[in-house]
Design a protein around this ligand. Structure first.
Ligand SMILES: *Cc1c(COP(=O)(O)O)cnc(C)c1O
Length: 370
């Protein structure tokens, strides 16, 4: 059991037992893997892992060689999907150091997700420490240039029991995956399919938390989007099937010809940290931002009248993706002639420059790991 004690501020602290991999990936092999890593298939050498039991609380915090989990076939997560996750990135600065972007916001959201899924909350100090320890030991895996290290904290219900109840045991772990420059030569606009058949979230449901089940439930709608020749699906509200909610894994913004921004309000959507950062940056630049419901019919009408200038999706993985085309059973329409817009690209540059340490961090969003 790891040593645990209370820090002065009363938050739980665990000392991680760090056991570096005996035969780490060679420099040459790592360089080959980092050449064109794509997304989510290349992984670093280590993982951070912390265990919880109702009797012992959080314990056995370790950083060790990335390995399989032995899971009994009756492990609760395999049956009832009591699982949550996060996604954040580490960026290499020009001076060789490493930045994390708003890890405290991810830690807080992870606690909210745990609460909604009746799981043991991971103390925010432990969450951030696990992320930092992993980034530290695997920092050579962070690509230079516009690449980054995608960090995936997650937690699973680990009790061996087929009864339906909150698990009494959990595994919290963090893995990391180097990702290349997401888009070479700027992000290509995406086309989106408006799903009228499937919804993503209802009031009182789990739409506002990052649980794996939300993604499982979105895959059929995403497959429908692909069938229709689109890149992504956009969901409407579950009550009236009129108001835009978000994509399967990204929030959305609309840009009007008066220079203002609109984004759907929090509630059933996932409270994106990119969304929150964009709102802050836009307001700071004097751009009015409304968090208001916006219907698909209004979107179509505003695109036709020219009132709507741009639309874009946002999230940690792709930062900002312009939306070039919207497809639905009522016909298709293009936005900004199908091209990336000025507002989307300007906000993207502002955000990315802060993340890579090229612009001043006036919001205290950056946590330096190295
Ligand atoms: C993670 C996620 C987002 C984006 O959140 P960020 O914190 O900006 O990465 C948006 N929608 C859904 C459904 C998500 O799971």
């Amino acid at each position: 059991m790891g040593v645990s004690f209370d820090k002065a501020d009363g938050s739980l602290w665990l000392k991680f037992d760090v056991q570096p991999k005996a035969d780490p990936t060679s420099d040459a092999d790592r360089a080959a893997k980092l050449k064109d890593p794509g997304f989510g298939r290349v992984f670093t050498d280590h993982m951070a892992i912390v265990r919880y039991s109702a009797d012992e609380g959080w314990h056995s915090a370790r950083v060790e060689s990335r390995a399989n989990f032995p899971l009994d076939p009756a492990t609760a997560v395999l049956h009832y999907a009591q699982e949550i996750f996060e996604g954040l990135k580490a960026y290499r600065r020009d001076d060789g150091g490493i930045n994390l972007f708003r890890p405290d916001a991810n830690a807080k959201r992870f606690r909210n997700s745990a609460d909604r899924m009746a799981m043991a909350p991971v103390p925010e100090t432990v969450f951030i420490e696990a992320v930092e320890q992993l980034v530290h030991i695997d920092h050579k895996w962070i690509p230079g240039g516009e690449g980054s290290l995608y960090i995936r904290p997650f937690m699973i219900a680990n009790e061996v029991f087929l009864g339906v109840k909150p698990s009494s045991e959990y595994i919290f772990a963090v893995i990391a995956s180097p990702v290349g420059s997401y888009f070479k030569g700027g992000p290509a606009p995406v086309s989106i399919w408006v799903s009228e058949t499937y919804t993503r979230a209802a009031v009182g449901g789990t739409g506002a938390v990052k649980c794996g089940g939300n993604y499982a439930a979105s895959l059929r709608a995403q497959a429908e989007a692909i069938d229709r020749g689109c890149d992504q699906v956009v969901f409407l509200d579950a009550v009236e099937h009129r108001y835009i909610e978000e994509l399967g894994g990204m929030n959305v913004f609309f840009v009007f010809n008066d220079g203002s921004l609109l984004t759907p309000p929090l509630g059933t959507i996932l409270p994106g940290i990119t969304r929150d950062s964009i709102i802050a940056l836009a307001k700071e630049a004097g751009t009015p931002v409304r968090e208001e419901a916006y219907s698909i019919d209004q979107w179509r009408a505003d695109a036709a009248s020219g009132k709507l200038k741009e639309a874009f999706a946002c999230g940690t993985a792709a930062v900002i993706s312009p939306i070039g085309k919207v497809c639905s059973t009522k016909g298709d329409f293009t936005i900004n002639g199908g091209a990336a817009g000025e507002m989307a690209m300007g906000l993207r540059k502002k955000l990315v420059d802060i993340q890579y340490g090229r612009a001043a961090d006036t919001h205290n969003w950056i946590k330096k790991v190295l």
